[in-house]
Design a protein around this ligand. Structure first.
Ligand SMILES: Nc1ncnc2c1ncn2[C@@H]1O[C@H](COP(=O)(O)OP(=O)(O)OP(=O)(O)O)[C@@H](O)[C@H]1O
Ligand SMILES: [Mg+2]
Length: 142
């Protein structure tokens, strides 16, 4: 799925866009979430969780690096912000996570760029002039 730029006008709309991505792509595995601090990456993951019937609150794994949730599919939520090299990402057992049948949502995926599977869906979030607006673009090879 390659989307044109989608404009989200609220956190709820960003979550709804994430939810429709899960619903339109049952084969979805790895999602790389690109965007600056506060762009809405964790907000997007909250929408993924809603699509998987996960009712726990989704909080940022900035310090834990990985949070795992059980839903209709397992969700692994990673925030690689504090890591600086692919070696550190590998040391987390990154490749083992990829081999599980879970949805893996990765914030700050540039830390792991060369480790991402080719079928990764890339989501680009960008702040806009109005405070609650975000530009969202979704790109994948398929
Ligand atoms: N349209 C929107 N989509 C997403 N978030 C929005 C939107 N409008 C306002 N926000 C607010 O922007 C903030 C986004 O925070 P969030 O934690 O999702 O960012 P992040 O990209 O994960 O940042 P970080 O890199 O620090 O983890 C939230 O406070 C959210 O309520
Ligand atoms: Mg975040």
């Amino acid at each position: 799925m390659n989307s044109d730029e989608i404009i989200s006008n609220s956190p709820e709309e960003t979550q709804a866009i994430a939810k429709s991505l899960v619903e339109s792509r049952p084969d979805l595995c790895t999602i790389a979430l690109h965007g600056e601090l506060g762009a809405g990456k964790t907000c997007f993951v909250q929408g993924l969780a809603a699509a998987l019937d996960i009712n726990e609150p989704i909080t940022s794994p900035t310090f834990t690096i990985i949070n795992e949730y059980d839903g209709t599919r397992k969700l692994q939520h990673m925030d690689l912000y504090r890591l600086s090299s692919p070696d550190e990402v590998l040391a987390l057992g990154f490749e083992d996570y990829l081999s599980e049948n879970s949805i893996i949502a990765i914030e700050w995926p540039d830390r792991a760029e060369e480790l991402l599977p080719a079928e990764t869906v890339h989501v680009y979030l960008k702040a806009m002039d109005q405070p609650d607006c975000r530009s969202i673009t979704i790109r994948s090879k398929k």
